[in-house]
Write a protein that binds this ligand. Structure first.
Ligand code: OSB
Ligand code: MG
Length: 372
């Protein structure tokens, strides 16, 4: 039996150590919605992965998320008699779509419940390891030399896989240059849906570089076209934007649209659905890895708990705090010398925001209570 007392929403802003350019836009800072879910027994944290400014990665963005959380989703949970990890998804199901907004509260409810029980997210999810292998996602650079320098810097830090963002015109030559510099590293590319089947020659050329995968080459709704592309190229396709649920994952695997799945818990509606995506892929013997959305330490902790699950067999985009922020919301996450990161072992996600840092980063806050 668990009653929610109130839900506090924070809009937080942190500057990024360097701008992050992908095929659909450039981020110079990080802005996200954070929810604190307070129950009778504990408080839990959820960080939203929606975009700042406009919906570029998916159909969700922070202003829409804020309104939906404040006016619809949070009041629904505050009216319910009992909200637990077993009920919360069903209680929010009447709202179609909007997995990122829902994930914020679902993860907050799960975190509060686990903290009350003194149980870690890793234990709850059946995690199999206490540290996870880390890769890094490198944005589109101004020049090839700048890209080379960034790749070298991150390899020196110990990252075990390099992912290069690509877009039409900034692809084969650049990836070829990095592969020539580093013949043996795990190397992948991420197009963020910037190509069409007309670009088949680009993917045939990329096949020469022995890439671990090509992530989300085509439009997010093109599962059938991804299957067609996969038949034409040797490099495994990995889907990111296309997978918004376990049902999407099942469809993609059935169709042959990908051979690897990037799981972002925030993109699929939280850790409960992310576990189902993991299980669908595991049953099909398809490896998964943990994606990232430039999260603060809160979302990073959630991601690390998820990435401890057994079928997360490829290095994830779970990079150190310092790769994103000079000063994180939580204590910083650091990369071990072996290129792994420890999975938090404490109750729930295992970390909290530092109160003074949360206050300094908050640009808007609102308390949603039962009477609202
Ligand atoms: O496509 O994986 C992506 C960041 C923002 C939006 C989309 C993506 C990314 C990343 C960064 O690749 C991953 C990370 O380091 O958090
Ligand atoms: Mg991606």
């Amino acid at each position: 039996m668990s009653q929610i007392r109130d839900i506090e929403l924070f809009l937080v802003e942190l500057s990024l150590v360097r701008p992050f350019r992908v095929s659909f836009g450039t981020s110079t800072g990080k802005q996200c919605v954070v929810a604190r879910v307070r129950t009778d027994d504990a408080e839990g944290w959820g960080e939203c992965v929606a975009d700042d400014g406009y919906p570029g990665f998916s159909g969700e963005w922070n202003e829409g998320v804020w309104t939906l959380l404040r006016d619809v989703l949070a009041p629904t949970l505050l009216r319910a008699d009992d909200v637990t990890s077993a009920t919360v998804e069903q209680q929010l199901r009447f709202v179609r779509g909007n997995p990122m907004a829902k994930a914020t509260l679902i993860n907050g409810v799960v975190d509060a419940e686990l903290r009350a029980d003194g149980r870690s997210l890793r234990a709850f999810l059946g995690g199999a390891r206490d540290a996870v292998a880390c890769g890094v996602s490198i944005g589109i650079a101004d020049t090839t030399d700048e890209l080379r320098a960034q790749v070298d810097e991150h390899l020196e830090q110990g990252y075990r896989r390099i992912k290069l963002k690509i877009m039409p015109g900034l692809d084969v030559e650049r990836v070829g240059a990095i592969r020539a510099d580093h013949p043996d590293i795990l190397l992948s590319v991420d197009a963020n849906a910037a190509y069409t089947l007309e670009d088949l020659d680009v993917f045939r050329a990329l096949d020469a570089f022995d890439l671990l995968m090509v992530e989300q080459p085509l439009h997010h709704e093109d599962l059938v076209l991804h299957a067609r592309l996969q038949e034409e190229i040797a490099t495994p396709i990995c889907l990111d934007e296309s997978i918004r649920s376990a049902a999407d994952a099942a469809a993609a695997l059935e169709l042959g649209s990908c051979r690897i799945v990037n799981i972002k818990q925030g993109r699929v509606g939280g850790v409960l659905e992310a576990r189902r995506v993991h299980d669908v892929a595991a049953a099909a013997a398809v490896p998964v890895w943990c994606g990232g959305m430039l999260e603060t330490g809160l979302g990073r902790a959630t991601n690390l708990g998820l990435a401890s699950m057994p079928n997360f067999t490829l290095p994830g985009d779970t990079s150190a705090s310092a790769r994103y922020f000079a000063d994180d919301l939580t204590e910083p996450f650091v990369l071990g010398e072996d290129g792994t990161m420890a999975v938090p072992a404490g109750p729930g996600i295992g970390v909290e925001p530092r109160p003074e840092r949360l206050a300094a980063c908050t640009v808007r806050r609102e308390l949603v209570t039962k009477s609202d």
